[in-house]
Design a protein around this ligand. Structure first.
Ligand SMILES: *[C@@H]1O[C@H](CO)[C@@H](O)[C@H](O)[C@H]1NC(C)=O
Ligand SMILES: *[C@@H]1O[C@H](CO)[C@@H](O)[C@H](O)[C@H]1NC(C)=O
Ligand SMILES: *[C@@H]1O[C@H](CO)[C@@H](O)[C@H](O)[C@H]1NC(C)=O
Ligand SMILES: *[C@@H]1O[C@H](CO)[C@@H](O)[C@H](O)[C@H]1NC(C)=O
Ligand SMILES: *[C@@H]1O[C@H](CO)[C@@H](O)[C@H](O)[C@H]1NC(C)=O
Ligand SMILES: *[C@@H]1O[C@H](CO)[C@@H](O)[C@H](O)[C@H]1NC(C)=O
Ligand SMILES: [Cu+2]
Length: 530
């Protein structure tokens, strides 16, 4: 259960240097192999078949330094016919700087999926970002079958390094919802689309361990600390559904990073994280030597609809060296917590004004009542058979060159686009996730004030009841997926494609033969292997 804490050896083995360099990028400093296969696992004590990397849930951490050239080989060894057999990889939040294949891994936007038995290598190129990222399957809702794990880019020159003493594989905290049913993609997703009712998860794992009502007493994950030291906890919400509140009993949390962007340190007592969001928080082990609850009760999502689900069973232990190997004796606090994060109060470490908008677009998110047909400006996204990128390389240049259901917005190069999400009366907050670039969050859901002077930048933010406004640049050519990170909503149509500079895309993007081969191979597969 506590795999996360014994992974470093596995990881080191996975990070073996590559022998022959790929042609398009500088030789990769880091080559990682992800063997995606089925394994019978019981993270919360309930045994089920899973889709996992190297036999583990969550997957092994990918740890690199800023400046490293990363390439990742995915070997698809999926055989279980009850689940999706094809796959694809999203290095979530990392932007390919040289744009050889922009936004790798979005099925039917930038590539066709990798079929069973096949391999594909993502050559990311040199990483010019730093912070907390993650990787996951981007195909259907396959990542909640287990294919998800952390990707950390360490910065040897981190400007906030003086604020913490420890930042290693043991301080990564992965939060994920977990379902017992293995037929999520093939049966439960279509049922959701027909009824609008998302199946409630059975449990919520922290670093791969959880409990459910009536299940066995799986040992809680443990984060070990030494009194007096300061820990950079890297929190990753790998959920597909639930909003989680994160709090550590008796300790405050100093937020220093959101989605790979350094922040002016901001102390809170708790923070809500949406699916796909990441934060680094510094926790100072300054309390009496003891065991403390790490508490992540989730909010919303009607847990009462699944009798296995129990918000008091989403927790882990912060254990001081010298404390007994035992659970804390206090009851878990399920909130609400005072002094919780208000996103609008966060400021970037290096202030940067949002450029004035050249193009304004209003995006209305709606659901068709009684079903789950999510629309953006009246269109429910359907993945095309031919990926957007391939169409662009073949000459597609305007929105009219795509079927309406591809909901593709075409933007000229080097412009600033403003997206406005109006206030709505919908209870769902949609964590909208942009591939390829971060956006300036000039009006988060948590305020009515527009800040273009020093807004934070990030890649996932909530379009909630109070609306949201963001701006982004179209400096990088290519198609970029922009979708809700509640993958149930995403699969039910809450997605668009942002296509920057089609002519520039043709001039700069020259995929190799392996990429060209993905679609013919995928299209030739029988339906149950797709
Ligand atoms: C999984 O979900 C499907 C669809 O709701 C249902 O028919 C099946 O019985 C479920 N299986 C288990 C093991 O719960
Ligand atoms: C993670 O995101 C999901 C979906 O938005 C949410 O329900 C859950 O509460 C989040 N978890 C945390 C710890 O914030
Ligand atoms: C939830 O779990 C707690 C133990 O943490 C237990 O006391 C409580 O009865 C459970 N709730 C339900 C509805 O079973
Ligand atoms: C976009 O909207 C902003 C107000 O939010 C306005 O100041 C600006 O002039 C608009 N730009 C265009 C090109 O319409
Ligand atoms: C194209 O769009 C129409 C609606 O505009 C839709 O009915 C049709 O299924 C779409 N075709 C494809 C191949 O996605
Ligand atoms: C968005 O704002 C509304 C109104 O202030 C609030 O009720 C809701 O909880 C917010 N949602 C998120 C995800 O912050
Ligand atoms: Cu959504």
């Amino acid at each position: 259960m506590l795999q996360a804490f014994v992974l470093s050896a596995v990881l080191l083995a996975a990070l073996k240097p590559v022998a022959s360099a790929a042609a398009v990028f500088p030789p990769p400093a880091k080559h990682v192999t992800l063997n995606v296969g089925n394994a019978q696992l019981a993270p919360d004590g309930f045994s089920r078949s899973t889709v996992v990397v190297n036999g583990q849930y969550p997957g092994p951490p990918i740890l690199v330094n800023k400046g490293d050239s990363l390439s990742v080989t995915v070997n698809n060894r999926l055989t279980d016919p009850t689940m999706r057999r094809s796959t694809s990889l999203d290095l979530d939040g990392l932007f390919s700087p040289t744009s050889e294949l922009p936004d790798e891994g979005s099925p039917f936007v930038t590539q066709c999926p990798i079929g069973p038995g096949a391999s594909y290598t993502y050559d990311h190129g040199a990483i010019d970002q730093a912070g907390t990222f993650w990787y996951h399957s981007q195909l259907s809702i396959q990542y909640i079958d287990g294919f998800r794990g952390p990707l950390i880019v360490y910065d040897p020159n981190d400007p906030l390094k003086s604020l913490y003493d420890v930042d290693d594989v043991n301080t990564i905290i992965q939060l994920g919802d977990w379902w017992h049913n293995t037929t999520l993609s093939p049966t439960m997703l279509p049922q959701y689309e027909a009824t609008g009712i998302i199946p409630v998860s059975d449990s919520s794992t922290i670093n791969g361990a959880a409990r459910y009502n009536g299940g066995p007493a799986v040992p809680w994950s443990v984060v070990n600390v030494v009194k007096g030291k300061r820990y950079r906890l890297r929190l990753i919400n790998e959920s597909a559904r639930n909003v989680v509140t994160f709090n550590v009993e008796g300790h405050s949390l100093n937020i220093i990073e959101a989605d790979g962007e350094a922040l002016v340190p901001h102390v809170v007592n708790a923070l809500d994280m949406l699916a796909g969001q990441r934060y680094s928080v510094v926790l100072t082990a300054n309390q009496p030597i003891a065991n403390y609850w790490i508490q992540t009760p989730f909010v919303g999502g009607a847990p009462a609809r699944n009798l296995n689900q129990n918000i008091t069973l989403s927790r882990a232990i912060l254990r001081y060296a010298g404390a007994p190997i035992a659970d804390p004796t206090t009851p878990m606090d399920v909130g609400p917590f005072p002094e919780s994060l208000v996103e609008a109060e966060l400021r970037p470490l290096v202030p940067q004004a949002a450029p004035p908008a050249d193009v304004n677009v209003t995006l209305d998110l709606e659901v068709i009542a009684g079903q789950a047909i999510w629309t953006v400006n009246g269109v429910s996204f359907l993945p095309p058979k031919t990926p957007t990128l391939m169409k662009v390389l073949e000459g597609a240049s305007t929105a009219a060159d795509f079927n309406a259901t591809e909901n593709t917005f075409v933007f000229p190069a080097h412009k600033t686009i403003q997206f406005t999400f109006p206030e709505n009366d919908d209870d769902d907050a949609h964590p909208l996730h942009m591939h390829g670039q971060n956006f300036w969050l000039i009006k988060p859901n948590s305020t009515d004030v527009i800040n273009t002077v020093d807004p934070i930048k990030r890649d996932t933010a909530a379009a909630g009841a109070n609306g949201m406004i963001l701006r982004f640049r179209t400096d990088k050519p290519g198609p970029f997926h922009f979708h809700c990170h509640i993958f149930w909503h995403y699969q039910a149509g809450l997605a668009t494609v942002l296509l920057n500079d089609p002519a520039g895309t043709r001039a700069q993007v020259h995929p190799d033969a392996a990429w060209e081969g993905l679609c013919p191979a995928y299209n030739a597969l029988p339906a149950d292997e797709q």
